[in-house]
Design a protein around this ligand. Structure first.
Ligand SMILES: [Zn+2]
Length: 265
């Protein structure tokens, strides 16, 4: 039996990033050019805010079956490539969910795309509500660098809350501390109690995937105080973090923990 599968690219990626090693973890802005003969296949695509882009990672090494997420943390053990989102794999099909910013005829401007310039595009599908799993269980691929953990929590918070604001910044900085004390914050036994704004609760929810029930991991008391409190607990361990000043973007990236958060254990 001939098991050969023949794929024809339907488009190509245009971006300023030429090499996989220069790709930021959350991807980048890019333009997808769909070849003119496939343009009718884009009809009404602009009704979607997010799309899945399937691509062919033409630079990948196809002989690799196990690897380590070295970009994130070189100390972690090996994973099978099917248990990671690694670039190299036997069939280097890439799947990335991106935000569709704009369409102009056969060109799509997207953000969050993790493919280099010239990557062939195989397919595009809309991202549906049904694709969403609010609290999946995943391997804990914890970045070794604090800065990268901060960036990761920031992206999770922003995905959920959909705006940057002072309390989103605070939630992320608190989460960085809580992760250092309690470990993976999305675990079932990590419970958070938020006393502050809706923005703070929302951002904490985005980072922890904590729901109000089943199991009840999120407790929220709306309180428009200038000293919002998040109490994080895991079994007997309790960590109480109090915000002591409103944060702007610069404070968020630059101030030390003790300048912005009071820690009680
Ligand atoms: Zn907000």
């Amino acid at each position: 039996m001939d098991s050969t599968i023949v794929l024809q690219p339907v488009g190509i990626i245009h971006t300023g990033i030429e090499h996989p090693k220069d790709m930021p973890l959350g991807g980048d802005l890019a333009q997808i050019e769909i070849f003119p003969e496939y343009e009718p296949a884009l009809t009404r695509i602009e009704e979607n805010s997010h799309i899945w882009v399937l691509m062919w990672f033409h630079l990948a090494d196809r002989n690799i079956l196990t690897t380590r997420p070295v970009k994130v943390n070189p100390d972690l053990p090996e994973f099978g490539v099917f248990a990671l989102r690694a670039f190299s794999r036997p069939n280097p099909i890439a799947i990335t969910m991106v935000r569709l910013e704009k369409r102009e005829e056969n060109r799509l401007w997207v953000s969050g795309l993790d493919a280099v310039n010239g990557t062939p595009v195989l397919d595009i599908k809309p991202y549906y509500e049904a694709d969403r799993v609010f609290s999946p269980r995943t391997s804990y691929i914890r970045p070794r660098q604090r800065q990268m953990r901060m960036d990761q929590f920031y992206r999770h918070a922003l995905n959920h809350h959909q705006e940057t604001c002072a309390d989103l910044y605070l939630a992320v900085r608190m989460a960085v501390i809580a992760d250092e004390v309690l470990g993976q914050l999305t675990q079932d036994d990590v419970v958070v109690n938020v006393q502050g704004s809706r923005c703070l609760a929302d951002a904490v929810q985005g980072i922890t995937n904590a729901r109000l029930a089943n199991p009840a991991r999120l407790h929220f008391t709306e309180n428009n105080t200038d000293r919002p409190v998040v109490r994080w607990s895991k079994g007997e361990q309790i960590l109480t973090l109090t915000g002591i000043r409103p944060l702007n973007q610069q404070d968020f990236w630059n101030l030390d923990d003790q300048e912005i958060i009071e820690v009680r254990r």
